[in-house]
Design a protein around this ligand. Structure first.
Ligand SMILES: C[S@@+](CC[C@H](N)C(=O)[O-])C[C@H]1O[C@@H](n2cnc3c(N)ncnc32)[C@H](O)[C@@H]1O
Length: 343
């Protein structure tokens, strides 16, 4: 998301200041003639930082069509060095190949939502601004209001506990089900008010609805499965010595990145169940032993930077691991099951 270490990029309703952009681009090792995938284009802060190296080319991906449309000026400015594609980063290898890059020199992910998404009430991400309870980064699929209307109490409690790491998940789920029996919950304010009657934050702490909103946003956008698939896609598309850089904003995301890099940077132990894995050499070499975090100045300038963690790794020349060893996110009720009204 945001920080003070790079120039702000105007876009949409709010200025989006990228978090850890300078460090992310340093880890990418951008060079003249290199091709880089910015898997989360957003307001283009990272892409702009990569393009500052003459001769570098960027393929920018975002599932949000408004981010792609707002990037048109940067495409023009980049004079053929920036290609923008509306799509999901789980497909970044096929997207890159379709745009002339079967192998790339770097892939960077700056996860989560952008300021333009959070600060636009109509997108329904914010518990501070009233708007429709939507939360979809792209256009398709069920919205957060659909999930709140259809999910069983048990599924709601599980989702809020697992994806929001919320202690009061069961009480919140019970209150949602009770309220929706009387009237539909279709606005961000309505949901935030229900949660605030149950969760009481200390002064200066996060808003009571933060965790519930996080849970619904992650579910609606299938964020954890997208991340696991996106990392596997990066492994497939990176050339030997190509760099992978990921900036994560909460522990569920960071755990997936950490596990993926740990798994891929050591040879798998032998197993009589998976004898084919024995000889598989590491596909990555970790560059950051511990995650890098923003300094105090960056956090002071931009509170959204406070939870950021950056991890970087370099691709080896080993063959891509099979999809079977893909990092698995927590098992959740599927959106399709929820919409079918599965009990
Ligand atoms: C934190 S913002 C990125 C900001 C960007 N680095 C910048 O400097 O402006 C994250 C962006 O990733 C996009 N995004 C999230 N998940 C995605 C996915 N699975 N596929 C493609 N884009 C995704 C969001 O729509 C959002 O625009």
């Amino acid at each position: 998301m945001m920080s003070s270490d790079s120039s702000a990029v105007a876009g949409g309703l709010a200025r989006h200041i990228p978090v850890l952009a300078r460090r992310a681009v340093t880890w990418l090792g951008v060079r003249d003639g290199g091709v880089y995938v910015d898997a989360t284009f957003g307001a283009g802060g990272y892409a702009r930082a990569i393009l500052a190296t003459p001769g570098a080319r960027v393929i920018g991906i975002d599932r949000d069509d408004t981010a792609i449309a707002a990037g048109a000026a940067l495409v023009e400015e980049a004079r053929g060095r920036l290609t923008l594609i509306e799509g999901r980063f789980s497909e970044l290898d096929t997207i890159a190949a379709a745009h002339g890059a079967a192998g790339v020199d770097g892939v960077v992910f700056d996860l989560g939502v952008s300021s333009m998404q959070i600060d636009e009430p109509a997108r329904g991400f914010s518990f501070r601004l009233d708007g429709p309870l939507d939360m979809r980064m792209g256009r398709g699929g069920p919205s957060a209001a659909d999930v709140v209307a259809r999910a069983s109490e048990r599924d709601l409690a599980f989702i809020i506990a697992t994806l929001g790491e919320e202690r009061h998940a069961r009480a919140i789920a019970r209150a949602i089900v009770k309220t929706r029996a009387a009237h539909q919950i279709v606005t961000t304010r309505a949901l935030a008010d229900i949660v605030a009657r149950i969760v009481h934050s200390k002064e200066g702490a996060i808003h009571p609805a933060t965790r519930t909103f996080q849970a619904l946003r992650i579910l609606v956008n299938d964020e954890l499965a997208e991340l696991a698939r996106g990392l596997a896609a990066a492994e497939r598309v990176l050339k030997p010595a190509g760099r992978l850089v990921v900036v994560a904003f909460h522990s569920l995301e960071d755990r997936i990145v950490k596990t993926f890099l740990a798994e891929r940077s050591r040879a798998p132990a032998s197993s009589r169940h998976r004898p084919q894995m024995i000889a598989a050499p590491p596909t990555f070499r970790a560059l950051t032993r511990r995650p890098e975090t923003p300094d105090e100045a960056e956090i002071a300038a931009n509170s959204r930077a406070r939870s950021a963690k950056l991890r970087a790794a370099e691709r080896t020349d080993a063959a891509t691991r099979s999809a079977a060893s893909e990092t698995r996110p927590p098992r959740l009720p599927s959106l399709a099951d929820i919409m079918r009204g599965r009990a």
